[in-house]
Design a protein around this ligand. Structure first.
Ligand code: ATP
Length: 338
């Protein structure tokens, strides 16, 4: 099967007064129709820049696509004209954001915003567009949709605004939906409803989804595959089971350790990863994580790790995977962290 999205060796940097910041560094991954791929990692590791790069929403300058290819349905998005990109955005690729209030236009009714999208991308106007807009609101679980179309965004609750944004993103039945922290601003019950809704819609339309979230529970529940990012790089990638049950990168161990678990031993402490992510303008030589890794070896400070490939496409960039490296497991790491 051909991937819907195939990103190869993508590098994006931003010009700053203090030199270029490498926000995304030689990343490669694929997304297939109908699957959900999660992207996790600490704040500032490049998750949103990756999403914006796919949508070509990075302002250049200060941003710069230094290298790579973003192939979508067989053609490279980096080679498209702005006119061609406008047809793709919100049509075959849609994005939903954390904060619907800033994504929605406060001075236009919800109905007007949806029907405008339908007019531009689907050439639907008048009564047909009104009916379709109401149908979309109903689909995302908004009661009395015909009435609600007349409301402005501020007349919706946070959860309803998020639903309205999803309705807009789905209005053209995109082949790829990028959801960047779609539930962070909502309370837990509504979060669960929105995630269920995304899953349902994805199954009905066979949409591919890229889900960016700090919520590892949401990632575990929604995704088939997960990418772990650190300082602009993908340091580990694998199926959701491999990442949560058999993670191999010390950074992934650290991320998982900072999440509360119901099955944890009594009084087991939660630990945040010691230290700070590096300054993207002055990345450490070798593995960018080595200054924070208690098991770092000399080579870790000298050379970026080669990729080790395991079963089911499990990829790890860590020198501890080298056959000559000492056998360190997750429990050793946790002992050292305490
Ligand atoms: N316009 C910009 N100018 C300069 N640097 C930028 C700009 N946009 C992003 N960056 C840099 O890119 C890095 C990655 O940002 P990004 O928003 O992708 O992080 P993230 O992983 O999505 O974080 P969060 O989880 O907090 O949303 C940031 O640390 C920042 O230094």
């Amino acid at each position: 099967m051909e991937p819907l999205l195939d990103i190869a060796d993508l590098t994006v940097s931003f010009a700053t007064d203090d030199g270029p910041a490498q926000a995304v560094n030689s990343i490669s991954f694929q997304v297939f129709s109908g699957e959900t791929v999660g992207i996790v990692g600490e704040s500032g590791c490049g998750k949103s820049v990756t999403a914006h790069a796919i949508m070509q929403l990075i302002a250049t300058p200060p941003g710069k696509y230094d290298s790579g290819r973003i192939s979508f349905a067989g053609s490279d998005l980096l080679q498209k004209s702005e006119q061609e990109l406008e047809k793709i955005r919100g049509n075959t690729i849609s994005m939903i954001f954390q904060d619907a209030l800033t994504a929605l236009n406060p001075v236009l009714t919800i109905g007007r915003q949806i029907t405008e999208l339908l007019a531009v991308h689907q050439r639907l106007t008048g009564r047909a567009a009104q009916l379709r807009a109401a149908e979309l609101l109903r689909l995302v679980g908004i009661p009395l949709p015909e009435e609600r179309l007349k409301n402005y965004p501020h007349q919706f609750s946070g959860g309803m605004r998020q639903r309205a944004m999803i309705a807009m993103a789905l209005s053209c039945q995109p082949r790829l939906l990028i959801a960047d922290e779609p539930t962070t601003a909502l309370d837990v019950t509504i979060q669960a409803q929105i995630l269920d809704l995304l899953k349902e819609l994805q199954t009905s339309f066979n949409t591919a989804v890229i889900l960016i979230s700090h919520d590892l529970g949401a990632i575990a529940g929604q995704c088939q595959r997960v990418l772990v990012m650190y300082a602009g790089r993908i340091v580990e990638a694998g199926t959701v089971l491999d990442i949560f049950k058999q993670p191999r990168h010390p950074y992934t161990w650290g991320l998982l350790k900072s999440v509360p678990r119901l099955d944890a031993a009594p009084k087991q402490r939660l630990t945040a990863i010691a230290g700070q992510p590096p300054d993207l303008r002055r990345l450490p030589d070798g593995c960018h994580f080595h200054p924070r890794c208690p098991h770092a070896m000399r080579i870790c400070a000298e050379r970026y790790p080669q990729t080790t490939a395991g079963d089911n496409g499990h990829l790890v960039n860590c020198w501890l995977q080298h056959p000559a490296a000492p056998r360190i497991n997750r429990e050793d790491w946790y002992k050292n962290e305490q």
